[in-house]
Design a protein around this ligand. Structure first.
Ligand SMILES: NC(=O)c1ccc[n+]([C@@H]2O[C@H](COP(=O)([O-])OP(=O)(O)OC[C@H]3O[C@@H](n4cnc5c(N)ncnc54)[C@H](O)[C@@H]3O)[C@@H](O)[C@H]2O)c1
Length: 378
């Protein structure tokens, strides 16, 4: 069987999740290729060395440039902070490597566009780590919409709420515009945008407001020096989809006691539904065709009748790791069988265009158009 040798760049929080996915995917699914954890790279040498042992990689290194130059690497997996995604991805594409890149795709749309062009020209498989698409309940929502069971979608309301920004923690890279691109908007709002575009098609216009509540933070390891937060702590925007659907979004890392609450509701002509990550194996669905006496939200428990079942009975639970495994499965199939893995760089680029448009909209206090994906050519 073919074997794909992986160089993973970055060995932090998400490096651990991807490493677990490399270990789990061949057990969870009969993959068409083996996955070899060949090389882990981190700029911090101790972190790279420890990760090789902890995450099961054969070698550790500190230079991503040397890694992407190597002939014995097939896949470059980018799990570094957002400011390095573009440079690594472009170099990897030029060396013919398949690329799995964490979200948000880049710090801005021009960078994401360079990544997309390079990957298209090189003809390499490319994917962005918007893993929530691979939640069974969300994939099932897409089936309900595509098969017309909900009728015409009208209004989509999405919130992505976390509370770790309230703890007064240090100025990590997620609070620096140069490294992150934006704050809650690009970090977690991008997941909500990708889910929305996966379910309902492209957003074509936005009107938003960004706000920063904690404007300074201590600089880690600096003896009390204070740094400026130059990204949003909360992003709220209205959206108009090309299909005519109306969207309302809020993303913040300043929402007490909400830990990782990606939630949405959809109202449509023949039904409505509600999803909440806190109960990710459930979907609440109401259908207009139900008899009047029992009409209302029913609680579905995801299982073998729904997409991506892991177990033969419903309700055993699919979690964060399972979504990264499902994502990796699609990536490996695209490499071996041909075709594209979704969400690909074109999808990630469009999400980035929405993010940039929300930032611009907040600056000008008005609606801003989002260029259509079809408007970009290689
Ligand atoms: N899909 C998801 O749900 C999800 C969740 C968390 C993070 N992410 C994304 O994953 C990426 C990484 O986030 P994280 O939370 O793992 O960050 P992190 O800070 O925990 O880890 C990043 C690691 O990259 C290393 N690094 C930084 N620059 C590097 C470079 N140029 N070359 C090699 N190594 C470098 C750092 O030393 C660090 O060990 C980000 O893009 C983030 O948005 C996605």
């Amino acid at each position: 069987m073919r074997e794909l040798a992986v160089a993973m760049i970055g060995a932090g929080f998400m490096g651990k999740a991807h490493s677990l996915a490399y270990a789990m995917a061949p057990v969870a699914y009969r993959l068409p290729a083996g996955l070899r954890r060949r090389l882990v790279v981190d700029v911090v040498e101790d972190v790279a060395r420890a990760a090789a042992g902890d995450f099961g990689f054969e070698e550790a290194a500190t230079s991503w440039r040397s890694a992407v130059e190597r002939d014995d690497i097939d896949v470059v997996d980018i799990v570094t902070p957002n400011d390095s995604h573009a440079e690594i991805a472009v170099a990897a594409a030029e060396r013919g490597k398949h690329i799995l890149c964490e979200k948000p795709m880049a710090i801005d749309a021009p960078s994401a566009e360079r990544m997309w062009r390079s990957a298209e020209r090189a003809g390499v498989v490319n994917m962005v780590g918007f893993n929530y698409r691979h939640v069974p309940a969300i994939a099932y929502v897409r089936q309900l919409i595509d098969t017309g069971q909900l009728g015409t979608p009208y209004v989509f309301r999405s919130t992505y709420l976390q509370d770790w920004g309230l703890a007064g923690g240090p100025l990590v890279w997620r609070f620096e515009r140069a490294r992150a691109g934006s704050g809650a908007l690009g970090d977690i709002g991008s997941h909500a945008i990708d889910c929305a575009e996966y379910l309902l098609g492209e957003i074509r216009r936005v009107c938003g407001r960004l706000a920063t509540f904690t404007s300074t933070r201590p600089i880690a390891g600096s003896n009390g020096a204070i740094g400026i937060v130059d990204v949003d702590d909360a992003a709220t925007f209205m959206a108009e989809f090309a299909s005519g659907v109306t969207g309302v979004f809020t993303a913040t890392r300043h929402a007490w006691s909400r830990k990782n609450q990606l939630a949405f509701e959809l109202d449509a002509s023949r039904g409505a539904l509600k999803f909440n990550w806190d109960a990710r194996d459930e979907l609440y669905l109401a259908l207009a065709d139900d008899a009047e006496a029992v009409r209302g939200f029913r609680q579905l428990s995801m299982g073998p009748a729904h997409p991506d079942p892991w177990w033969p009975i419903a309700g055993l639970g699919t979690g964060y790791l399972e979504t990264t495994v499902n994502q990796l499965r699609d990536f490996v199939h695209a490499i071996v069988d041909g075709g594209t893995a979704r969400p690909n760089f074109a999808d990630g680029l469009h999400v980035q265009r929405v993010v940039d448009a929300v930032i611009e909209s907040s600056r000008v206090h008005g609606w801003v158009d989002v260029p259509a994906a079809a408007a970009v050519t290689v």
